[in-house]
Design a protein around this ligand. Structure first.
Ligand SMILES: Nc1nc2c(ncn2[C@@H]2O[C@H](COP(=O)(O)OP(=O)(O)OP(=O)(O)O)[C@@H](O)[C@H]2O)c(=O)[nH]1
Ligand SMILES: [Mg+2]
Length: 299
């Protein structure tokens, strides 16, 4: 037997006030992995006790620190256990643990570092239409911003190889944009990603306002793209501003030749667009160089 095949399969479940579901989720998950780690994130109900009684290793945050921090705590433990494969799934029963074997297969076969359980790949779940719309909007934003194309950027059902486990650490204040953040980390660390179809259950009403939640994720994506891909974030609008300034300037010159009158207003707008465009583009180039310099120093 090779050393890697004896390493454990670990599941990491972030849970916040999920005592109604966590017991059955842990029991069903234990059928497919060697260790189930539940991070109780300052729940005010019986989540920790139920999870422990169901056979999970429970780590507790004294107060609520958000999903990203909870998953970081769980991944630290998975690293300590030298996990061969780490599965992330939700505590509220929306993910079916019996799909774990299919989810981890590409990792055990060595073809992927990250496997995302996609709700929009072949298998149809009963998902409310407004949710599908919101999910696709966030996926489009995440795909364009990160450069990694997935059909479901927001799925919390994922599996990580040992290499991905070493690379993935979420920003402490990432909150609910951690799924999008993982897509940036996949790009940054050149991890091989695959998607596997999963079926989800939305039996209950959403716990948080989906609109506010969507905006929080979008805010996270904007922060990440400005930090991780400054050339894209500043360069594209800068180039657009610069080009529209140039085009408007050419129109002003053409009209001056035709009518011998200077369209002063348009001329000023064209100069302003040009200057702002050049400045934004240079901001992108400078930040990109600083980022490249810092990452060279880190290596
Ligand atoms: N650690 C931690 N986990 C959380 C927190 N809020 C939610 N979770 C967990 O993260 C997972 C996903 O959260 P949900 O609230 O179900 O998010 P969702 O599935 O997008 O939305 P719903 O349709 O409302 O279920 C669940 O396992 C929750 O228990 C939190 O503040 N801290
Ligand atoms: Mg949920």
């Amino acid at each position: 037997m090779t050393e890697s095949s004896t390493r454990p399969r670990v599941a990491v479940i972030a849970a916040y006030n999920e005592d109604r579901f966590i017991g059955s989720v842990v029991i069903k998950t234990r059928r497919h992995v060697d260790h189930v780690i539940v991070i109780d994130d300052g729940s005010t109900d019986d989540t920790a006790r139920v999870a422990e009684e169901a056979g999970a290793l429970v780590l507790r945050h004294a107060e609520n620190r958000g999903k990203a921090q909870a998953i970081n705590t769980g991944l630290n433990k998975a690293r300590e256990l030298k996990a061969r494969v780490t599965v992330l799934l939700d505590a509220d029963g929306q993910h079916n643990p019996d799909e774990i074997p299919a989810l981890i297969a590409p990792i055990l076969e060595g073809s992927a570092d990250v496997v995302v359980g996609s709700r929009f790949l072949g298998v149809r779940s009963h998902i409310p239409i407004w949710r599908i719309f919101g999910q696709h909007a966030l996926t489009l934003a995440t795909n364009v911003a990160s450069g990694i194309m997935l059909t479901d950027s927001q799925s919390g059902y994922r599996a990580l190889s040992n290499k991905a486990l070493e690379a993935i650490r979420f920003r402490p204040n990432g909150g609910f944009s951690m799924e999008s953040e993982m897509q940036f980390l996949i790009q940054q660390h050149r991890l091989a990603v695959e998607e596997v179809p999963v079926r989800v259950v939305y039996a209950e009403k959403p716990k948080r306002n989906p609109f506010t939640h969507g905006l929080q994720v979008l805010n996270g994506i904007i922060t990440m793209v400005s930090q991780n891909r400054p050339l894209f974030f500043f360069g594209v609008p800068g180039l657009l501003g610069l080009l529209s300034g140039l085009i408007l300037g050419l129109i002003v010159v053409q009209r001056y030749h035709a009518y011998q009158t200077l369209a002063v207003g348009y001329a000023l707008i064209s100069i302003m667009l040009f200057i702002v465009g050049v400045q934004t583009l240079f901001t992108g180039i400078v930040l990109h160089s600083i980022r490249a310099f810092l990452s060279d120093k880190r290596e």
